[in-house]
Design a protein around this ligand. Structure first.
Ligand SMILES: C[S@@+](CC[C@H](N)C(=O)[O-])C[C@H]1O[C@@H](n2cnc3c(N)ncnc32)[C@H](O)[C@@H]1O
Length: 257
């Protein structure tokens, strides 16, 4: 996959793209992330990318010419159906399904806004999608771009050391993941659930599934409405509701079985 990011702060991306899974994915050729300085697409001496808003009001607005010049240039070297994604709090909210969909693209172009945002005509001319990372306002699109490419890159084949984790994680099947434990088996008086030491794979699978359903029911019941639940899931949910046991009491997980 190739990802182009248009920004007025290229340095923002240096450290985040240089560590962990995202760095490894670039080194191994899973993804190619290229940062483009919007100022390189200006024609004036001072490389101006913003101007006052028509009609008055606070702040500045990003000018259309450099942005569209940048996008046109990148599109001329990209497949015809390349999405041009504007980061904006007014866009579709990013979720795992959207990240999954984007991970199937060959090429992405992301536009980071700043100030009061971009001239509306850029949106009308070259933008094909608008994405938000949540209902709050950032100073610029750069943190949003990083969130999006992180969520997308880890879904690319070859990006994760253990690709299996992608399938069992929160939101992979529309539910939240079960709790995780590592060594030591007892810490600060808290023991891990016995079942995890049993070595009985089927019982462990069932326990984890029940915890997944319990967590989702307690924290995000809205997710259960759209999740594809099996007969076993429904049975486990009935058990959870009937038992109606609290999830964590003073740091001790309820282990059910
Ligand atoms: C201060 S914001 C502009 C907000 C704009 N005036 C509005 O009210 O919708 C500056 C830039 O940050 C980015 N941004 C801010 N919040 C965002 C969010 N929740 N998701 C994605 N991008 C965001 C966008 O690129 C935006 O153009």
């Amino acid at each position: 996959m190739h990802i182009d990011i248009i920004t007025i702060f290229p340095e923002f991306f240096t450290s985040p793209l240089d560590c962990s899974i995202v760095a490894r994915a670039q080194q191994s050729g899973v993804v190619d992330v290229v940062i483009h300085n919007l100022r390189d697409y200006t024609n004036d001496k001072h490389q101006v990318v913003d101007d006052y808003p028509y009609g008055g009001g606070a702040g500045m607005v990003m000018k259309p010419e450099p942005l569209v010049r940048a996008v046109d240039n990148l599109l001329s070297q990209a497949p015809a159906d390349t999405p041009v994604v504007l980061l904006t709090p007014q866009g579709q909210r990013l979720d795992q399904a959207k990240a999954q969909e984007m991970s199937g693209q060959q090429h992405l172009i992301l536009i980071c806004g700043h100030y009061e945002g971009i001239d509306e005509r850029v949106r009308q001319t070259v933008v094909t999608e608008e994405l938000s990372i949540g209902d709050y306002v950032l100073t610029g699109g750069e943190p949003a771009a990083l969130v999006i490419i992180d969520a997308v890159i880890r879904l690319l084949p070859g990006a994760l050391g253990n690709p299996g984790s992608v399938h069992s994680e929160s939101f992979a099947d529309g539910l939240l993941e079960h709790p995780q434990y590592t060594r030591p088996a007892e810490w600060r008086g808290m023991k891990i659930p016995d079942i995890l030491l049993s070595g009985h794979h089927e019982n462990i699978r069932r326990w984890r599934r029940k915890q997944t359903l319990r967590r989702t029911l307690e924290r995000r019941p809205d997710l259960l409405k759209s999740a594809k639940l099996t007969e076993e899931d429904n049975k486990l949910l009935t058990e959870i509701k009937e038992a109606a046991q609290p999830e964590v009491v003073a740091g001790q997980e309820n282990t059910d079985e």
